[in-house]
Design a protein around this ligand. Structure first.
Ligand code: GRF
Length: 202
C-alpha cells in the first residue's frame, strides 16, 4: 500500500511514520510528503530521507475550493491508498473530505470529543482535566469529529505547563499514528457505514 503524508510545519509525526517504515514496522511506501507551507521544516526531513516532496501553497489560491482542488490534484498524482494528515493545519472542504472518504486519517492532540480545534493543551489545563491525550480518527466534514480509530491517554500533572503537557502527548502521538496506519496497510482498518471497523490480527 502507498500513502501520502500532509504536513504544515515541524513534521514530527511524519518523522515517526518514516522511522516506522525504515524499521520495517510499517508496510507502506511513502509516495510523497506534501506541505501547504513552503517553509515547513518537515519538508527538509523528508527530502533528506529520499522521500519525494511537494508544496501546494494555500496562499497562491483565491479560496478553499481552489486550494483543495489543487491539493487533490497533487495527491492524486501519487495515487495513494491512504492520505495521512500529520499536523496539517488547514480546514478541508466537504468535497475534499468526501473524495477521500474512508482513506483519510488525522491525528488530533486531545481525547476527542474533548477540545476540538486549536490550543488543546491550553484548554485541557484551563479545564483542569486530569487525563489528556491524542486521537487518530477518520476525517469527516465536521472538524475534529470523525470516527475514532485509536486514542492514547496521559496524566496531567500539577506542575504541567502547555509545553510539558504537549511533549507528553506528542510522545504518544508518535506511537499511535504508525500503529493506525499499519492497521490500514494490513487491510484491517476501514470505515464501514460511518463506523470504524478493526479486524483482528491474522
Ligand atoms: C501535533 O500535535 C498534531 O497532533 C497536531 O499538530 C501537531 C503537529 O506536530 N495536529 P508535528 O508537525 O507532527 O510535529
Amino acid at each position: 500500500k502507498s500513502i501520502v503524508i500532509l504536513i504544515s510545519g515541524r513534521g514530527s509525526n511524519m518523522e515517526a511514520l518514516l522511522a516506522a517504515v525504515a524499521r520495517g514496522e510499517l508496510p507502506v511506501r511513502v509516495a510523497a510528503v506534501i506541505s501547504n507551507r513552503p517553509d515547513a521544516r518537515g519538508l527538509e526531513t523528508a527530502a533528506a530521507q529520499g522521500v519525494p516532496t511537494a508544496v501546494v501553497d494555500h496562499q497562491a489560491y483565491a479560496g478553499r475550493e481552489a486550494f483543495d482542488a489543487a491539493l487533490a490534484a497533487c495527491i492524486d498524482g501519487y495515487a495513494p491508498d491512504l492520505v495521512v494528515l500529520a499536523g496539517f493545519m488547514r480546514i478541508l472542504t466537504e468535497g475534499f473530505v468526501r473524495r477521500y472518504e474512508g482513506r483519510l486519517l488525522n491525528i488530533h492532540p486531545s481525547l476527542l470529543p474533548a477540545f476540538p480545534g486549536l490550543h488543546t493543551h491550553r484548554k485541557a489545563l484551563e479545564m483542569g482535566v486530569r487525563i489528556h491525550g491524542c486521537t487518530v480518527h477518520f476525517v469527516t466534514p465536521a472538524l475534529d469529529h470523525g470516527p475514532v480509530v485509536v486514542q492514547a491517554a496521559v496524566p496531567v500533572l500539577d506542575a504541567d505547563d502547555e509545553a510539558t503537557l504537549a511533549a507528553r502527548v506528542l510522545q504518544q502521538e508518535h506511537l499511535v499514528y504508525p500503529l493506525a496506519v499499519r492497521w490500514f496497510a494490513e487491510g484491517r482498518l476501514s470505515l464501514d457505514g460511518g463506523r470504524v471497523r478493526l479486524a483482528a490480527e491474522r
